[in-house]
Ligand binder design. Structure first.
Ligand code: NAP
Length: 252
């Protein structure tokens, strides 16, 4: 029987972990797709790796058909909403079974001082309630709503160098790649005398250190809620995604 061809939409630790598990399973051919935003997303991935966008829904639908993909697993970041919406539409057009792997979001713990907001624009408005020194832990594409806040100072951390100058009048940029330990985040927040943390509700352990560190210091966190999830078969773990693939691979 021909091996089942599985396309993983990756760019996350979960996507890499799933690729490793599936690539060592007989009867499967695994392709992982990464956006190509950071060079390292593709590093060390087993199986076939493709980099760069597909060209919207149309491009992904064509890829699924031309590459005879049997199963599609979307493991992209919870805030990569465009890719997930494209996956939903392309899977529906082509009839390729698809799964969404969505790690659970964080929930407030005793001692947390969260202000939950819908998006980066609401987060920028919420900052007027807090002190002026902000650890702004959002993506490069989400800085614009903060550009008007000339009375705030921002600490910004990025994996890749910014594609253009930061649109923030008063900011310091640091480059680092997670995971980030709570002790290091505590030190960072103290060293920069941070008053408030802005974070996306990414979930997972790799970037939770700043949330735990803020709790430890009694600092407020402006937490940006996730975009609405797609209507899809959804699992919350790599093990769940592995089982979903294995349950269907034989029939593919
Ligand atoms: P996005 O806004 O949902 O996607 C923008 C476009 O990038 C998509 O339309 C698609 O281009 C391309 N793309 C995204 N993920 C891709 C993938 N796995 N393979 C091929 N093309 C992909 O996504 P984003 O928020 O910019 O995230 C980009 C990547 O970084 C994703 O893989 C995501 O898992 C990862 N990431 C994102 C975050 C975050 O906070 N957003 C955090 C950590 C990692 P086409 O329309 O041309 O196909």
């Amino acid at each position: 029987m021909a091996p089942a061809r599985v396309l993983i939409l990756g760019g996350t630790g979960e996507g890499a972990a799933l690729a490793r598990r599936l690539a060592s399973t007989a009867g499967l051919e695994v392709i992982t797709s990464v956006a190509g935003v950071t060079d390292s997303a593709a590093a060390g991935l087993p199986g076939q790796v493709r980099q760069g966008g597909f060209g919207g829904v149309e491009g992904l639908a064509n890829y699924l058909q031309s590459q005879a993909i049997d199963l599609l697993v979307d493991t992209t970041h919870p805030f990569a909403a465009r890719m997930t919406a494209n996956a939903a539409e392309a899977a529906s057009r082509t009839g390729v079974p698809w799964l969404r792997l969505d790690r659970p979001g964080w929930t407030p713990q005793p001692g947390d001082r969260w202000t939950e907001v819908a998006d980066a624009a609401e987060a920028a408005s919420a900052l007027s309630r807090f002190g002026p020194r902000v650890f702004l832990s959002v993506g490069q594409g989400e800085l614009e709503p903060f550009a008007e806040l000339s009375d705030r100072w921002f600490l910004v951390r990025m994996v890749a160098p910014p594609r253009q100058p930061l649109p923030l009048p008063r900011a310091e940029l640091i480059r680092a790649r997670g995971p980030f330990a709570e002790a290091d985040e505590l030190e960072l927040l103290r060293r920069h005398a941070i008053d408030v943390v802005v974070s996306k509700n990414s979930g997972g352990a790799a970037t939770y250190g700043k949330i735990a560190a803020a709790r430890h210091l009694g600092l407020p966190v402006v937490m940006i809620a996730r975009p609405a999830p797609p209507e899809a078969d959804t699992v919350t773990s790599v093990a769940g995604a592995y089982d979903w693939v294995m349950a269907r691979a034989g029939a593919a």
